[in-house]
Design a protein around this ligand. Structure first.
Ligand code: DC
Length: 229
């Protein structure tokens, strides 16, 4: 049993890139008045800091030391949480394709994962948090009160990504986006440390044919049920 109060659960929302975790996690956190922690942003922050400091994305030991020296935190805003690195808002700089690629690479290294484990557990210590990630239910909070694994077919995820980009007036090529999603999936699920897989006690939610509101409602219902237990 965890030390958390019953009305302050940890909600683990894991799954592959593009399954809709971010938008769902944000909406669920808002509906419940919980904190929302985007753990992918932490890996992106490490990749960005490494690039700026000249640390290779392949050097696990150096990346571990760098991660332990960084002050990683989130600032809550109306548009959602923004990643602070050493007190500076770096949210705009972590969403580039280059940093996404770096995040996938740095996340393979055990010293990085170990350092970020501490950061994540501190962020969730008081409960009432929705964590979005890959290994929240398996590794970071194996005792999370609610564990959901969101999936969708690679094609559905690529289509959503194209839609998002076009909405923001950016160019989007379906074929290359689909290929990038497949590559990232393969890397994230085959890595030796904390590979992407649902926890044995997680509920899998395939969002391919579900509308956004339906997914949010299903997650909020699961959390309320856990709080009433
Ligand atoms: O969710 P995202 O695209 O921001 O994640 C960036 C990378 O970080 C992704 O390639 C997988 C990795 N990641 C991870 O290994 N563990 C997490 N809990 C979250 C993200």
């Amino acid at each position: 049993m965890s030390e958390r109060a019953k009305d302050r659960p940890v909600v683990a929302l894991d799954g592959p890139a593009g399954a809709g975790k971010s938008t769902v996690a944000r909406a669920v956190a808002k509906a419940l008045g919980f904190l929302y922690v985007d753990t992918g942003a932490l890996y992106r922050g490490v990749a960005l800091a490494a690039k700026e400091k000249g640390v290779s994305w392949e050097d696990g030991e150096a990346l571990g030391a760098l991660t332990r020296a960084l002050d990683l935190d989130f600032e809550a805003t109306d548009e959602g949480p923004r990643l602070l690195i050493d007190g500076i808002d770096r949210a705009p700089d972590i969403r580039t394709p280059d940093v996404a690629d770096g995040a996938s690479k740095v996340s393979q290294h055990e010293p990085v994962r170990a350092a970020l484990l501490d950061v994540q557990r501190q962020l969730g210590a008081a409960g009432a948090v929705v964590f979005e990630g890959r290994d929240i239910g398996t590794v970071v909070f194996p005792d999370a009160e609610v564990k959901l694994f969101l999936t969708a077919t690679p094609e559905a995820r690529a289509r959503r990504r194209v839609g998002d980009l076009m909405e923001r007036g950016k160019d989007a090529d379906y074929g290359s986006i689909l290929e990038a999603i497949r590559e990232r999936d393969a890397r994230d699920s085959s890595r030796a440390v904390a590979p992407l897989k649902p926890a044995a006690d997680a509920t899998t939610l395939d969002t391919t044919d579900l509308g956004f509101d339906e997914v949010v409602e299903a997650v909020v219902a699961a959390v309320r049920e856990a709080m009433a237990r």
